[in-house]
Design a protein around this ligand. Sequence first.
Ligand code: XMP
Length: 511
Amino acid sequence: MNKELIIVLDFGGQYNQLIARRVRECGVYAEIHPYTEDVDTIAALAPKGIIFTGGPNSVFDPKSPHYSREIFKLGIPILGICYGAQLMAYELDGEVATAPVSEYGHTQVKVDKRSVLFTDVEEETTAWMSHTDYIKRAPEGFKVTASTANCPVAAMEDSSRAFYAVQFHPEVRHTKEGMKILRHFVIDVCGCSGDWKMDDFIESTVRALREEIGSDGVVLGLSGGVDSSVAAALLSRAVGKQLTCVFVDQGLMRKDEGDEVEAAFKGLFDMNFVRVNCQEEFLTALKGVTDPEDKRHIIGSRFYEVFWDIVREKYSDGYFAQGTIYPDRIESGKGDAAKIKTHHNQVAMPGDITFKGVIEPLKDLFKDEVREVGEKLGLPHSLVWRQPFPGPGLGVRVIGEITAEKVKILQEADAVLRDEMKKCGYEEQMAQFFAVLPGVHTVGVMGDHRTYDELVAIRAVTTDDFMTAEWARIPYDILTRVSNRIINEVDHVNRVVYDITSKPPGTVEWE
Ligand code: XMP
């Protein structure tokens, strides 16, 4: 499918996905393969180049990931990064040692501009280092092409065999000219043309999907999230009405969200769209339940019960599609892409349903690439750039017992917040923002009347990865407008507070 391939050989470093993404940014398709994959398998894929990643280990440790020296005989260009650089030096009989001084963080590097990797890089450039071992002596045939105050071999190369190594991390943004270096490797050293585009991906995937599915049916569970929406759009482009999307609306989505999803898919795409409205059923199951984990469990299991019942009844004789994306499949460090981590995109199938096969059209794409495909396929901006929304929906934002009235109050308050954030342009700067209904009543005064009504909390965070998050510094005047409008426009709310807890110690969601 892809004529030019770069293989990123995974030795367990934390930036491995980033390396593959950066290569793709150069217009060259890259795949991550575990270091446990044998050299014949790698050779059979005929990559234009191979990148050894970093990793937390030391090459001296016999248990650390090593690789067959046969890889150096394939005649394929190799770039070693950090641990990968040390491994190259070690396997080719250079000398690796534990450095007297570890280097960590921004580091000044002096480069030799005669190296093809550094032709247009500043002679003194800033790179990101993170290592304790270092290359003390480059292997025979290698030239040292960069150094730092504490690292005599910050880069080395044997251009006759197209072996290159850098001790620093060109893939992270802290390395100021890292993209130039990676581009030189994939384009100038490996000879890639750099013409891989999302359009090619769409075209070749659509072709492959048609071939695989033939005249059979495909069923996909649509959540309204980015991944399943883009998978649906792609499948619709490939097989049109042979695709059935089942959208289980548990009634715990944001205001009008279910209608927006339905309108987008029915209006823009050729497919069978089945919407199942089951708020009542969910609320009945949740009656009297207050524990957050119990709520999660009930909502999650009900959701799949409803979904599988519909599939079992009508759509189980063809293929099953899901919106799994690349990061869902890669367990970094283990170097074993086949081990799948539990994720809402990957669904456990009941034993009595036997599909012809499972289709995951986005399984090789990163999130930003999934969004690009979504935009190219004409999905609305609001769906493509939708912020993360928990599977249990508003169920974990109504604290305590969930009732239809509480869901309605929360939906209205949340809609005001979203509207204001959109108007002031803050929407795109925020990783996630939403309203919470804690179930607290407070005293207020409206006109001459005493009120005793609901409190609404506003939560907004900025983050790169949701593992940690900062509460967002939204300007006071915006918060004032949000508060005034919620109290004026949403019945039964008489007070609004803003959550100023970061994660940790708080979590993003209140439950
Ligand atoms: P926390 O609250 O753990 O949230 O800091 C981190 C991110 O995960 C989302 N989240 C969930 N997503 N099912 C999901 O699919 C859940 O039960 C769930 N709980 C939290 C949350 O919205 C945030 O983006």
